[in-house]
Design a protein around this ligand. Structure first.
Ligand code: ADP
Ligand code: MG
Length: 796
């Protein structure tokens, strides 16, 4: 290279081997920097460890408040993102009555006691004269006399509060701090500057967070970059540190949006990588029996025993499942289909495929009622086929249970239907080849895994308690043991079923490692369900009139109530809410929930109806707190027509199948989520008669209820549900650990999700184990975000 590299260019001193490294020259200069200059030079490399150092704060309210927000170190602080932005003002531009944030300095401060209006006694008032470049004002703080000591003249403060127009500023939150970088709009009337408003907790206000984050901002250069440069360039994403800076201290709205996009992309990418890695590992590490023999049993069953022809959707789902079962890689398929779309037939076909290979199959349902329903349905569907089948739930008598377990281990039982009782430690299969998990979202990921690892039995204890156990930690520990894959042996092929339609984006985000089949088409002959919103006493009277008219015509009906006992305790209410599908949690979106005591409890309602609107009719009561035998009785009475009306809680949400039931009244419908109501109303419209669903509510304008009245397609409703939910409460995949997003918001980030999915595929195509040096930090980020379990070959 010649020295003519251009005017002003400085040739680099070539470094010869064996020679001591001479100190670098000053950038673009000739002179050698002194030792002092070198030491003073800014560091050029990030030190991520500095972000993991715990925050140095005095123990107490502030530290507790931060811990409650999940903020333990500087890194957490920097990832604590603002919720929105507040107006920021200079003192001169404060407008009376407006909430605003100012950055000021204390000139003088004093306290005194003032008599309070209304209440007796005195309270402490602290007044400070504060100023900024534009002017000064008197700030007032109530009930905090200690501030006189804490904020002596000269202290810089960030204050949030309201100006009264007479030179006074009533402070609501305050924090000592650095400048918040307020620059007023140059022209009056133009949009003012804004400051970030952070999610706060008791002990730490947004204002305080603002000043803490300002201070922590000095460490932004230490934030490490997990995305390979190539990916960032291709997607046009800023560096992680830049993204965080742009979100906390934005120059413009676009910059902060771009920053958020970057964080969301990274998060989604990591999630998709985890799904795909898991799939890959499953294919590589786990083996199943390939079910390739000719369909001796299934063919005859489809032809002779089934009383109806399959729908096209059922046919194609069966074809896909059949192909899956022929592989030695375990099937992991999600079968989605509305209530009544005929999933059981498809599942049974898969199970019979196992049976005709001399292997076993199991179906696990989340409740006893459901398991019993499935058991009955399957026996019906089997017709004259002789398949040895048993039911196993928590209330199976000991003797029957022992008998079933013996036959299961010996291989004399081919098919077993049950609840989580199937994953207890002494349940041992001779060869479990197909496992079906119904309403899979009701089970924890570990429980599903436990059933899968039952293939050869002899495993450690699995936990009990579906949604909650008293000793959660112990339960978790036992599940962990049971969830470990067997040391040797085969995995069953697994079919997950759900009646909750999951929009594609959500399915990708939650079940990105499962294959999917959908049954959209309802079996022929189904009559659409008419849904109406009913409000007011008049409406209520008409609703009961409609119900009685159906009963008079020989039909049956449901009355659904949200709680078990009137004014039931919080635990009861919680368990009812807990048994709802995820969307029920979105209820808060439309005003506060009515108190638990306002809910019409099934038991109370049952008594009331018996003496009131439905006097003289035959009623049955069904709720989760009843003994299994009582539940069975109630169900049986309703199924055979002995009871005309079933007054129930959401225990009837799934699985109950009484084609003669044509009308459903839902009390306090606003307390349920869209998907749950949709499932509930699927209990009617199952026979040849037109059906009616009446949603009783004091909130007839509810957008969710209107959606239900207007739409019958579950997938469409799922999309609407997603749109109606508030930001931040979306994607409650709390059950799976994977797909729990901090930054991404769906469906808004759906496009980003698709992009990240495609990118994850591309990355893994080049580096299937993510072990290449360019992906090291990405692999680290993956482990850190999701734990090492993320890549373990567990089912999702
Ligand atoms: P899901 O589990 O999806 O709610 P099921 O499998 O319980 O639905 O089926 C609901 C009802 O429809 C059952 O009574 C079943 O026998 C019936 N069924 C299923 N498939 C068909 C079909 N292709 N044609 C007519 N009826 C069907
Ligand atoms: Mg079903």
């Amino acid at each position: 290279m010649s020295a003519a590299a251009g005017a002003g260019a400085v040739p680099l001193a070539p470094r010869r081997a064996g020679e001591d490294a001479s100190p670098p020259r000053a950038f673009a200069g000739h002179g050698k920097p002194t030792r002092e200059q070198l030491l003073a030079a800014p560091l050029r490399w990030g030190r991520p460890s500095r972000l993991r150092a715990p925050l140095k704060l005095p123990k107490g309210k502030l530290a507790n408040g931060l811990a409650a927000l999940g903020v333990h170190d500087v890194g957490d602080l920097l990832e604590h993102l603002p919720r929105d932005r507040r107006e920021a003002r200079s003192v001169a531009r404060l407008r009376p009555g407006e909430q605003a944030t100012v950055a000021v300095e204390v000139r003088s401060i004093s306290g005194r006691a003032v008599r309070t209006r209304g209440r007796r006694g005195m309270r402490g008032l602290v007044e400070a004269t504060v100023f900024d470049d534009s002017g000064s004002m008197r700030a007032t703080f109530f009930n905090q006399p200690w501030l006189v000591e804490r904020y002596p003249p000269g202290t810089r403060l960030v204050l949030h509060g309201k100006a009264d127009g007479h030179g006074r500023f009533r402070v609501s939150t305050h924090a000592p701090g650095v400048d918040i970088g307020v620059a007023d709009a140059p022209q009056p009337g133009a949009r003012g500057a804004s400051v970030a408003h952070y999610p706060a907790s008791e002990g730490v206000s947004s204002t305080r967070l603002l000043t803490l984050i300002r201070e922590a901002g000095a460490l932004l250069p230490d934030v490490h970059e997990s995305l390979p440069a190539r990916v960032r360039a291709a997607e046009g994403l800023p560096r992680r540190g830049q993204a965080l800076a742009a979100i906390h201290f934005p120059d413009s709205e676009q910059a902060s949006a771009k920053g958020l996009r970057r964080l969301a992309y990274e998060e989604l990418l990591i999630c998709q990588l985890a799904f795909l890695l898991r799939r890959g590992q499953r294919a590589e590490l786990l083996r199943s029996r390939a079910l390739r023999e000719s369909p001796t049993l299934t063919e005859g069953w489809l032809r002779d025993a089934l009383p109806f022809a399959l729908t096209d959707d059922q046919r194609s789902a069966i074809a896909r499942i059949g192909a899956d079962l022929e592989c030695a890689t375990p099937m992991q398929r999600l079968l989605m289909g509305e209530v009544g779309s005929g999933k059981t037939v498809v599942a049974l076909w898969a199970m019979l495929r196992a049976v005709e290979h001399g292997a076993q199959a199991a179906l696990m349902a989340p409740t006893e009622t459901l398991a019993e329903q499935h058991f009955a349905t399957i026996q019906d569907l089997l017709g004259s086929e002789t398949v040895r089948i048993a039911l196993l739930t928590g209330s199976t008598p000991a003797k029957r249970r022992a008998d079933a377990l013996g036959k299961l281990a010996g291989g004399e039982l081919s098919l077993i239907v049950g609840t989580h009782a199937l994953i207890e430690p002494d349940v041992v299969f001779r060869e479990l080849a197909v496992a079906v998990i119904d309403e899979q979202h009701r089970f924890g990921v570990r429980q599903r895994a436990a059933l899968e690892h039952r293939a050869q039995g002899g495993l450690a204890a699995a936990a009990e308690g579906l949604l909650a156990t008293e000793d959660a930690a112990a339960a978790q520990a036992t599940i962990e043991t049971a969830a470990r894959p067997p040391v040797s042996g085969l995995q069953p092929h697994t079919l997950h079923m759900t009646a909750t339609p999951i929009p594609r984006t959500l399915a990708l985000a939650r079940h990105g490692d499962l294959d999917r089949s959908v049954l959209r088409e309802l079996p022929r002959g189904r009559r659409p369900i008419q849904t109406r919103i009913v409000a007011g006493e008049q409406g209520r009277a008409e609703a009961y009139g409609a119900l009685r008219a159906q009963l008079d015509a020989g039909r049956q009906g449901y009355v659904v109530c949200p709680l078990v006992e009137e004014g039931g305790d919080a635990a009861t209410a919680a368990s009812v809410v807990g048994s709802c599908t995820a969307s029920a949690r979105a209820v808060g979106g439309e005003g506060a929930l009515p108190g638990a005591s306002e809910a019409r409890a099934a038991t109370v309602e049952f008594e009331r109806l018996r003496k009131g609107e439905l006097a003289g009719r035959k009623l049955a009561l069904l709720h989760g707190q009843m003994r299994p035998r009582e539940k069975q009785n109630a169900m049986a009475r309703f199924a055979c027509g002995d009871a005309e009306v079933l007054v129930a809680t959401t225990v009837i949400e799934v699985g109950v199948d009484v084609p003669n039931a044509t009308v459903m009244l839902v009390e306090n419908a606003e307390r349920f989520g869209i998907s749950q109501l949709h499932q509930l109303r699927g209990r009617v419209g199952r026979g040849e008669h037109a059906s009616l669903c009446l949603l009783l509510t004091p909130h007839p304008a509810s957008a969710r209820l209107r959606a239900l009245a207007e739409h019958t397609d579950g997938f469409e409703l799922a999309e609407i549900d997603l749109r109606l939910r508030k930001e931040g409460e979306l994607i409650g995949t709390r059950q799976s650990g994977v797909g729990q997003f901090r930054f991404a918001v769906l469906p808004q980030d759906a496009e980003l999700l698709e992009r990240s999915r495609a990118r994850a595929k591309q990355i893994l195509a080049e580096d299937p184990t993510l072990s290449g040096p360019v992906h090291g930090l990405l692999a680290d980020a993956l482990t850190q975000m999701l734990g090492s379990e993320a890549t373990a070959p567990l089912p999702a």
